[in-house]
Write a protein that binds this ligand. Structure first.
Ligand SMILES: [Zn+2]
Ligand SMILES: [Zn+2]
Length: 238
């Protein structure tokens, strides 16, 4: 299942709960996130539906090193020859093939990481990207570092269409939330990290949940305002 959410941006459901994104550039596609081990096969079908071939995926940007985003990445690189990019703070996790103990603030998260199905084949990225970096000359993407969910979590801003691909910085399953604190590395950092997003976003897309487009983009701006107000209140009560 895939659909265009803005000019040049296709959202692909790699499972019923997980999304990856294809961004068109001059030399082919940039893929934002991969998904579980089953994702490469789903991505292959979606790219074929678009009349393109898998090797048209030239690079893969990982929003962070959690298994539901990176487990299929090593296989996808074998199939496509794509370059894999990640923030340096999450790169050691990629190379370890698992989330380390300090990667989850709560015991529930640490217990989950002991399950073999939440591991992945360790691999090394081709390059790292940090706040403000463009991904490629032609795909229009820029990195916004949004730490908290993981230390190296990044959002991608598609400047030509004022679209933000938020990864797991915000979840949109039914309602907008920051997600479970126990699964985040440093949950308290999350509200402030989102202030780096530009105020004029027209489309907001999520790794988990449906995108907000058109008039519904306003829902996201109201969510951010509420978040900043609440985190301000929490600070003043300390
Ligand atoms: Zn995550
Ligand atoms: Zn996720």
């Amino acid at each position: 299942m895939h659909r265009d959410i803005a000019p040049g941006i296709t959202q692909i459901a790699t499972t019923r709960r997980d999304n990856a994104f294809l961004i068109a550039g001059d030399d082919g596609f940039t893929l934002v996130d991969v998904g579980w081990a089953s994702a490469p096969a789903t991505l292959l079908t979606a790219v074929a539906d678009l009349g393109r071939k898998l090797s048209d995926i030239r690079r893969v940007v990982l929003t962070h090193a959690h298994p539901d985003h990176v487990q299929g990445a090593a296989e996808l690189r074998d199939l496509t020859g794509a370059q894999i990019l990640i923030h340096p703070a999450d790169h050691p996790w990629l190379k370890a093939g698992r989330v380390p103990r300090e990667g989850r603030s709560g015991s529930v998260g640490r217990l989950l990481d002991r399950l073999p199905k939440l591991r992945w084949t360790p691999f090394t990225a081709d390059a790292t990207v940090t706040d403000g970096d463009p991904i490629d000359d032609s795909d229009g993407l820029r990195v916004i570092h949004t730490p908290g969910h993981t230390p190296g979590h990044i959002a991608l801003l598609h400047e030509p269409t004022h679209t933000a691909l938020l990864g797991d910085a915000v979840f949109h399953r039914g309602s907008l939330t920051l997600g479970p604190a126990a699964l985040a590395a440093a949950p308290a950092l999350r509200p402030a990290a989102l202030t780096a997003l530009p105020p004029d976003l027209r489309t907001i897309a999520f790794a988990h949940g449906s995108p907000l487009t058109g008039a519904r983009a306003e829902d996201f701006h109201l969510f951010l305002e509420r978040l900043q107000r609440n985190s301000g209140d929490a600070r003043s009560q300390r």
